[in-house]
Design a protein around this ligand. Structure first.
Ligand code: OAD
Length: 268
């Protein structure tokens, strides 16, 4: 596992492991990059196929849904089909193993994700979702949750299961259009999830940013809050980000770094 890493990176993994072994309160924030090795494209990746002429940032907005609800609904139907069969990768598994291990030590791990997939849960983690859940729907007008058997995850797991021309679903209470229960650009984060994230970031001794471009606020501000309160910042990302607060940069794929990190910490 460590053999896959350069000697410079091994030194950084060892530094990170030493720091983490000595600290109790750890806050971890994951983004689309942690699911990339499971085959789910990140938000900054160019879209393919039917959607190659659209940017994710232009579809994941309340304005886009108000203008063309069918287009946005179809895009999410496509994303659901893309994600339905995907499985956790070694990065998700390593975090779940670390969380499990922490039950028998003094360490307190708070895992926060910006992702709307359920790969952390599939791996066995307890996680707080800041940006909602791909497998839930709600009314765009009265907010009532909406669930029927065609909108459950299993309805999406075969390639031709979705008819992109199917009509929009309307709410049985107010006739509003049903939308995914996801936080779009410009919308507020779920209050309870945000409180958990804010508290964990402000209180942690180490903040680990994994697979996120650190571009989208307020989530990107959690590292600032942690640093402000004296935490050390570790970043796991093969590419540079605008996050200038980082103390230890682990510049490789999360699916390589996280198993190596927990092994070096003596967890595996
Ligand atoms: P982005 O798509 O902005 O960034 C993904 C990051 O993952 C990039 O910095 C990549 O370099 C990095 N990356 C790629 N492969 C990786 C790997 N194997 N291991 C580790 N890192 C890797 O995704 P987010 O930062 O999650 O919000 O985006 C934040 C939010 O913006 C999303 O939750 C979504 C979005 O548009 C909403 O939809 C509200």
């Amino acid at each position: 596992m460590l053999a896959e890493l350069s000697s410079a990176l091994i030194v950084e993994v060892e530094r990170a492991a030493e720091l983490l072994k000595a600290k109790q309160r750890i806050c971890l924030l994951t983004g689309a990059g942690i699911s990339a090795e499971s085959g789910i494209p990140t938000f900054r990746d160019k879209q393919t196929g039917l959607w190659e002429n659209y940017r994710a940032e232009d579809l994941a907005t309340p304005d886009a849904f108000a203008r063309d609800p069918k287009l946005v609904w179809s895009w999410y139907q496509w994303r659901r089909q893309l994600v339905a069969s995907k499985k956790p990768n070694p990065a998700h598994t390593a975090l779940a193993q670390w969380q499990y291990h922490s039950q028998s030590t003094n360490q307190q791990l708070t895992l926060i994700t910006q992702n709307v997939d359920d790969l952390h849960e599939q791996a066995g983690s307890t996680v707080t979702h800041l940006h909602g859940n791909l497998w839930r729907n709600r009314c765009s007008r009265c907010e009532t949750p909406y669930q029927n058997q065609n909108s459950s995850k299993s309805a999406y797991d075969s390639e031709d299961s979705i008819d992109f021309d199917e009509a929009l679903i309307t709410c049985q209470h107010c006739d509003g259009y049903i939308r995914p229960d996801i936080v779009w650009f410009g919308e507020s984060l779920p209050a309870q999830a945000w409180q958990i994230a804010e508290d964990a970031a402000a209180d942690c001794e180490v903040f680990i940013s994994i697979g996120t471009s650190s571009l989208v606020y307020p989530a990107a501000g959690l590292a600032q809050s942690a640093k402000h309160n004296g935490a050390k910042i570790i970043e796991i990302n093969p590419y540079p980000t605008p996050n200038t607060l980082v103390d230890i940069t682990l510049a490789a794929k999360a699916g390589v770094i996280l198993p190596a990190l927990i092994k070096t910490m003596g967890i595996l």
